[in-house]
Design a binder for this molecule. Structure first.
Ligand SMILES: [Zn+2]
Length: 155
C-alpha cells in the first residue's frame, strides 16, 4: 500500500529509518551493492524524499504499528443505529488506526482499498482498519459493535 514519508531518524546502528504516514517505520538503508540509496545520506536528499510515496507491506497485512495506544471509542451501535457513513464508505485520517469490536452478532466488513477484501466480524474476530483506507460495514442480522481508535503514544 502506498504511503508517504513524514520524517527520518537514525537508528542505534547508524541506519536511516523513514517514518510513514500510516505510523509504520521502514529502514531506508544505503548499503551497496544490495541497497543503493545514496540520497539518504545527505540532508538535501532526505528533504527531497519527504512526502514522496513509499510502499508499506505492514499496512497491506493490516498490522497496527507497534506501541499504538487507544485514545477514543464510539458508542455501541446496533443494526438500526449504524451511522450512514459507516454503511456507505468512509476512511480514518492519516496515522489513525481502528479496531471494530463486535459484542453480539455478526458484521460484514469490506475494505475497498488497497485490499478489496471482505471479512466477517464477530466477538472472536475483530476488524482492523488501516488509516486512509476506504471501507464500510454491513449488519448480518442483529448486531452490536463499537469502534476503538488508536494512535502513536505522545500525540
Ligand atoms: Zn504502514
Amino acid at each position: 500500500m502506498e504511503r508517504t514519508i513524514t520524517q527520518f531518524h537514525l537508528d542505534d546502528e547508524g541506519h536511516w529509518v523513514a517514518h510513514l504516514s500510516c505510523g509504520h517505520a521502514r529502514h531506508v538503508r544505503h548499503n551497496p551493492p544490495s541497497q543503493t540509496r545514496p540520497w539518504v545520506l545527505s540532508p538535501e536528499g532526505r528533504a527531497a524524499h519527504l512526502h514522496t510515496p513509499i510502499s508499506c507491506g505492514l499496512c497491506k497485512r493490516l498490522e497496527m504499528p507497534a506501541g499504538f495506544i487507544p485514545f477514543k471509542k464510539t458508542q455501541e451501535f446496533n443494526e438500526d443505529s449504524i451511522p450512514l457513513e459507516m454503511r456507505t464508505g468512509h476512511e480514518t485520517p492519516p496515522a489513525t488506526w481502528a479496531r471494530i469490536h463486535v459484542t453480539q452478532g455478526r458484521l460484514g466488513y469490506r475494505i475497498l482499498e488497497p485490499l478489496n477484501r471482505n471479512f466477517l466480524l464477530d466477538a472472536a474476530n475483530p476488524g482492523t482498519v488501516a488509516p486512509e483506507s476506504p471501507h464500510y460495514v454491513t449488519p448480518m442480522g442483529p448486531v452490536c459493535f463499537y469502534v476503538e481508535f488508536f494512535r502513536a503514544p505522545g500525540l
